[in-house]
Design a protein around this ligand. Structure first.
Ligand SMILES: C[S@@+](CC[C@H](N)C(=O)[O-])C[C@H]1O[C@@H](n2cnc3c(N)ncnc32)[C@H](O)[C@@H]1O
Length: 252
């Protein structure tokens, strides 16, 4: 499998996808995570992967001590540019592949949010989850928030979805679900005042059962399912089905 994600997460990603995860959504997500995980000023949190630090920075601003880890040098550089004067003792970043056995441990909480799993093979994901397990202390919590297959299927994928960004750029995604691999292969096109381009992504989208199995294979115990980054329970079917899946696990 090609490691497409090694080049996907660059300055264009940052500029284009930021409009999806604007400050309001980030504040709402962090508020949910903060309550759900019982965070307090001084809590030790690893945000992995952290992208350009949108969650890590806001969690640190609330007083937690945060380490953000991501494989993208471009996004880590952007995270550093946006640290808003938060001191190093409060917020650090590290550029690393989470599949590797990193020497990070003793955290109260590990976060993996905004569809940050499913890039490579199932085995790659188990390695990432095992890194998160090792990163937290016994009794520590791991929280994963991502798209889930039941919602994706209900969207009738294949119809084009376009989005107009604040600077006028038009962005269109052409997604296709491969039912056998469970991967959504998407081509993203954009055109606007800052230029035009395209990117291709391939993401394994797990349902709750599959993700729970993976998490347990990595040595964690599933505690509860949530409606995205919120304390509300996950709704798995019907008209109120949750759009996003939050899975809370514990290292025993
Ligand atoms: C969709 S972004 C989400 C980032 C961040 N969690 C957020 O909420 O903005 C997914 C991130 O996963 C990172 N990533 C994917 N696989 C990784 C790996 N094996 N090790 C480290 N980072 C990885 C990418 O570089 C990218 O920044």
């Amino acid at each position: 499998m090609t490691e497409w994600w090694r080049t996907f997460f660059d300055v264009d990603y940052c500029r284009l996808w930021e409009s999806v995860t604007g400050p309001e959504r980030t504040e709402r997500e962090v508020a949910g995570i903060w309550t759900l995980l019982g965070l307090r000023p001084g809590s030790r949190v690893v945000d992995a992967p952290c992208g350009y630090g949108r969650i890590a920075r806001v969690v640190a601003q609330r007083g937690a001590v945060v380490l953000g880890v991501d494989q993208s040098a471009d996004l880590i550089a952007e995270a550093e540019r946006r640290r808003n004067g938060i001191p190093l003792e409060q917020l650090r970043y590290q550029c690393a592949d989470l599949r590797d056995s990193l020497t990070i441990d003793g955290f109260d909480v590990a976060l993996n949010v905004f569809s940050s799993i499913g890039y490579g093979t199932e085995n790659d994901d188990i390695r990432v989850l095992a890194t998160l397990r090792r990163a937290v202390r016994p009794g520590g919590q791991v929280f994963i928030e991502t798209a889930h297959r039941d919602w994706v299927v209900s969207l009738r994928l294949g119809s084009n979805s376009g989005r107009r960004l604040p600077d006028g750029t038009l962005m269109v995604e052409e997604p296709r679900l491969d039912p056998l691999s469970g991967r959504v292969e998407s081509t993203w096109y954009w055109s606007g005042p800052a230029g035009a381009g395209q990117k291709i992504s391939s993401l394994r989208i797990y349902n709750a059962t599959e993700l729970a199995h993976l998490v347990e294979t990595a040595g964690l115990r599933v505690q509860s399912l949530h409606d995205g980054c919120s304390v509300n329970p996950f709704v798995g079917s019907g008209p109120d089905m949750s759009r996003r899946l939050g899975l809370l696990a514990v290292r025993d």
